[in-house]
Ligand binder design. Structure first.
Ligand SMILES: [Zn+2]
Length: 686
């Protein structure tokens, strides 16, 4: 049986610096630590030796790792994966025009990325990279899979651009990045009300459309606006018009002070960002309710807890973080880029009901080596991005297949054990990632800004950040595993891919787990094919059904607890959709915003089932998919009960653009028809 990872889990105060859970980092702790810190310190000192040797090139350990990955067999693509591979990832042969094989795809990527390695060991490392992908243990973000070894060579998925240049320049830079397959994030908080942030967003939205028209993959954007910006109300209600900003996800950047003002039922000031003059003030609780009601109605805006993000900014001397990438999981400084990769946890579950920790440790270290090599072999679309990225060398290794791994471990997602496993796994991945970055630093040097960074007092590291939980929308399809850290969306579902192709899927673990429980697999599949989940009137073993609860059956509080458990050990951020059933209320969304803050999340994204038509994922195999045409638009609806201003109304919601008063009737007659930027799994990502 595999040796276990860290034996005790510190469940308490979030670790704000990973250095505190590092070997020998306990001695860094000063006097006067709290009880929780003592726990952290004890765990840190228990963690004395690596659980497995690094699989360095030329060593016996590397040979064993290669043997193990080889033994996992050839890449197996599901039907959906085959469609996706053919459309997006497999390159045509320049001579015959025939699509490359998946074997060639992984070889192409591995050979290109391993160019960063010294010539003598390049072949061996490339072989290891290729096997790590072929075995579905690890996949990098889509641009790396698509562009490595091609003329493009642009490998990063995440970029943030500053809005300090002219709009022409920003538009040109956005187009360059999106043509390379990357997604762009922007903060519009520095623009004044007169400069009209919404008009800037609309312009960049049209620029993204123009890329789509030339047949390339549609770009994705994030727009962030500070909660104290005078355009706040226009921003948070922008998505009630279904035709607007379809290529943007919107997030409000809130501060600790704002959240405290909500709890205190106080008012907060909106400022001119240039002069800092107070423009007006709003009731904070009412503003948060309006955000919650809009998110209930449309899935947007999301929230970013910007103070918390900056508390863990490793290089504050280089600037304040103002925005994230399109899906929110990667906070970046202006002009920074980051490349991401994800480990498929389901591949590490042993028959004895544990994870193969030493194997996981080696794959984590190999994956960090891969991502650091990507920084070297990447083609940067803009010079400023190259300069800024090479200063911090941020990478983001995360996990996918978490829900699958829990099922294989026999742990229901909705149980407290799921949170414990989340912490245990992520802590392990984070520690091994830092260890790998430290090993690289010894050979290749630290990131250039290390000495001036907040990490300077700890062990030297090659990368300013190492971990990010990405949404993995496409690569989890390729790996045939559950998406990111999300629960199963449905046990039987139809998925709309590539805009117009529909595939039917049965959760791949349903049949093998039924067999393990001695249940007839055919009868199980028959039960779920209409609704996509088990109804209450089943006669199946409850412990079997408990393993297969789906996203809308799992309480939203548990979604948040799992997100927060991962966030504790992730130095960047966590992509997670907090799924609500159709009948959830706007009050539930409001409560989720408060709880996300209290649990220490860096952001929160919600989605209520059916709040938009034309979902990418539909539960069950049999019900016809409703494809409603947009009917939206905003009407006027009587005077505001608070201030008398004429209210705006969309579907079941009314709101005041003067004082932020809002109300949604909680049983909408029909789904509102809004744009699809923020669907489950489908907050737009590159
Ligand atoms: Zn009003």
């Amino acid at each position: 049986m595999a040796k276990e990872g860290p034996s005790a889990l510190a469940v308490g105060k979030p670790v704000t610096s990973l250095a505190t859970c590092w070997p020998n980092a306990g001695k860094l702790a000063a006097n006067g630590y709290t009880r929780n810190e003592v726990t952290q310190r004890n765990v840190a000192t228990q963690w004395k030796a690596p659980i497995a040797e690094a699989a360095d090139p030329g060593t016996k350990t590397m040979k064993n790792l290669l043997d193990k990955l080889t033994a996992m067999g050839p890449f197996q693509a599901s039907k959906t994966a085959q469609v996706l591979l053919k459309a997006r990832y497999l390159r045509p042969d320049p001579h015959s025009g025939a699509a490359e094989s998946t074997e060639h795809l992984f070889g192409r990527v591995a050979d290109h990325v391993a160019l960063a390695e010294p010539a003598g060991r390049r072949h061996e490392v490339a072989n290891a990279f290729s096997l790590m992908m072929r075995s579905r243990c690890f996949l990098p973000n889509s641009p790396t899979l698509m562009n490595a070894g091609t003329d493009s060579g642009a490998l990063s998925a995440c970029f943030v651009l500053p809005i300090s240049e002219t709009s022409d320049q920003i538009e040109a830079q956005t187009i360059l990045i999106q043509r390379s397959g990357g997604g762009t994030g922007f903060s519009f908080s520095t623009l004044t009300e007169d400069q009209d942030p919404l008009a800037w967003i609309a312009r960049l939205d049209r620029a993204t459309d123009s890329i789509r028209q030339v047949g390339l993959r549609r770009g994705a954007n994030m727009a962030v606006l500070a909660v104290d910006h005078p355009s706040l109300l226009q921003f948070v209600t922008a998505k009630t018009d279904p035709s607007r900003l379809v290529n943007f996800n919107l997030s409000v950047a809130v501060t600790h002070a704002f959240m405290q003002t909500v709890l205190d039922h106080g008012r907060f000031d909106l400022h001119n960002p240039r002069t800092k003059d107070i423009v007006t003030s709003l009731d904070a609780d009412r503003a948060l309710h309006l955000m919650a009601q809009m998110a209930w109605l449309t899935g947007e805006p999301g929230m970013l807890f910007l103070d918390r993000i900056n508390e863990t900014n490793p290089t504050p001397h280089l600037g304040t973080i103002q925005s994230t990438n399109p899906c929110g999981e990667q906070p970046l400084l202006p002009y920074e880029s980051c490349n991401l990769g994800s480990i498929n946890l389901a591949r590490f579950v042993t028959e004895a009901g544990d994870l193969d920790w030493p194997f996981l440790a080696q794959v984590v270290r190999l994956a960090i080596r891969f991502l650091d090599d990507v920084i070297e072999t990447n083609q940067y679309p803009i010079d400023e991005v190259r300069r800024q990225t090479l200063l911090t060398r941020k990478v983001g290794l995360g996990v996918m297949g978490f829900a699958d791994a829990l099922i294989l471990l026999g742990v229901p997602y909705q149980s407290a054990h799921a949170g414990t496993w989340a912490e245990r796994i992520m802590r392990f991945v984070a520690e091994e990632s830092k260890r790998a970055s430290n090993e690289l630093a010894k050979k290749r040097g630290t990131f250039p800004e290390f000495e001036r960074s907040t990490l300077a007092s700890g062990p030297p590291v090659r990368n300013a950040t190492t971990n990010t939980i990405a949404p993995t929308g496409s690569i989890s399809i390729l790996a045939d595993c559950s998406s990111g850290i999300e629960p199963l969306y449905a046990l039987a579902m139809r998925r709309l891919i590539l805009g117009d192709q529909q595939t039917k899927e049965i959760s791949p673990l349903l049949v093998p787990m039924a067999a393990r429980f001695g249940i007839d697999p055919e009868s199980v599949v028959a039960r779920v094919q209409d609704s996509g989940s088990f109804d209450e009137a089943h006669d199946l073993p409850p412990e079997f059904v408990a393993l297969f609860r789906t996203a809308h059956e799992i309480p939203w509080q548990q979604h948040l607890r799992v997100q927060a458990a991962f966030q504790k050990y992730v130095d960047n951020s966590v992509s997670k959709t907090i799924n609500f059933p159709r009948q959830a209320t706007a009050r539930d969304v409001y409560s989720a915003f408060l709880l996300a803050d209290r649990l220490g999340c860096k952001g929160v994204t919600v989605y209520r089932d059916g709040s938009r038509t034309g979902q990418i994922l539909e539960k069950g195999l049999t019900q016809p998919i409703e494809m409603q045409q947009p009917t939206g638009g905003t009407q006027k609806a009587g005077p505001c009960p608070e201030c008398g201003t004429t209210l705006n109304m969309t579907g079941p919601c009314r709101w005041c653009m003067h004082c932020a008063w809002s109300r949604c009737d909680e049983a909408p007659r029909s789904p509102t028809t809004l744009n699809r930027a923020n669907e489950p799994e489908n907050r737009k990502h590159p």
